[in-house]
Design a protein around this ligand. Structure first.
Ligand code: ATP
Ligand SMILES: Nc1nc2c(ncn2[C@@H]2O[C@H](COP(=O)(O)O)[C@@H](O)[C@H]2O)c(=O)[nH]1
Length: 204
């Protein structure tokens, strides 16, 4: 697979703080890792818990990592207009952000973080253009491939499919307001928290 140019970091604030920040980026760039780090280290950030039709992985807890739904339950939530956005991610499972929980957090003045895929980010941009859109980029294409392969959670065929999608996702980086390079988890998390207008523990 040929290498792809990855975007450089760009974190100079260009718009007013909205209280809602969307974090997206290609598969295996570390969105989940950075979000978990923020959940564990920055209690002032309100990390949205998505609904999903995928099975819980070992250690995942209902209401902490996801709200796990059957296909019928997810259908009902879609029909009732409960989702701010939802998408089929990686061609298999559905994932969505519950509108009511986000609205309640915003109404309480919380700093809301949504960790979602590109399709979802585009839907939120339609619904809430004032939100802050942050693209998490890998330090290099080769490092992205290393992370995906090193995680070891997908078959070789699935890895290939995800990397093809990752090329399209990386090409969409200019749609985002800011770009953070996930070269180091705590540094990337601190840069994100800083962009959200909160005090980062440290930026090295
Ligand atoms: N800064 C980093 N340096 C080195 N490895 C990292 C870094 N951030 C994450 N990783 C590793 O990269 C792999 C992918 O991370 P993670 O699962 O968080 O990605 P993701 O973007 O949430 O992926 P997906 O969209 O496929 O769910 C994991 O093995 C993780 O430990
Ligand atoms: N559009 C949305 N995408 C979401 C949401 N919650 C998570 N995600 C994305 O799904 C993939 C896979 O996640 P995993 O936990 O199964 O590894 C990842 O890219 C997430 O960003 C959501 O509510 N909406």
């Amino acid at each position: 697979m040929s290498a792809v140019d990855v975007p450089k970091e760009s974190v100079k604030r260009t718009k007013a703080l909205s209280g809602v920040t969307v974090l997206a980026g290609p598969t295996a760039v570390g969105k989940g890792t950075v979000s978990t780090f923020i959940r564990d280290n920055y209690p002032d950030v309100w990390l949205s818990v998505s609904a999903t039709t995928r099975q819980a992985r070992p250690g995942e807890q209902e209401g902490v990592h996801y709200f796990f739904k059957s296909a019928d339950e997810f259908d009902s939530l879609v029909a009732e207009g409960e989702f701010l956005e939802w998408a089929v991610v990686h061609g298999i499972n559905r994932y969505g952000t519950l509108r009511s929980t986000v609205n309640a957090a915003v109404a309480q003045g919380k700093s809301v973080l949504l960790e979602i895929d590109l399709q979802g980010a585009r839907q939120v941009k339609e619904a809430m253009p004032e939100a802050d859109f942050v693209f998490l980029a890998p330090p290099s294409w080769d490092e992205l491939v290393r992370r995906l392969v090193g995680r070891g959670t997908e078959s070789a065929e699935e890895q290939h499919r995800r990397l093809e999608t990752a090329k399209l996702e990386i090409a969409a980086a200019p749609e985002f307001d800011y770009i953070i390079v996930n070269d180091d988890v705590s540094r990337a998390a601190a840069a994100l928290v800083d962009l959200m207008g909160l005090t980062p523990h440290h930026i090295v």
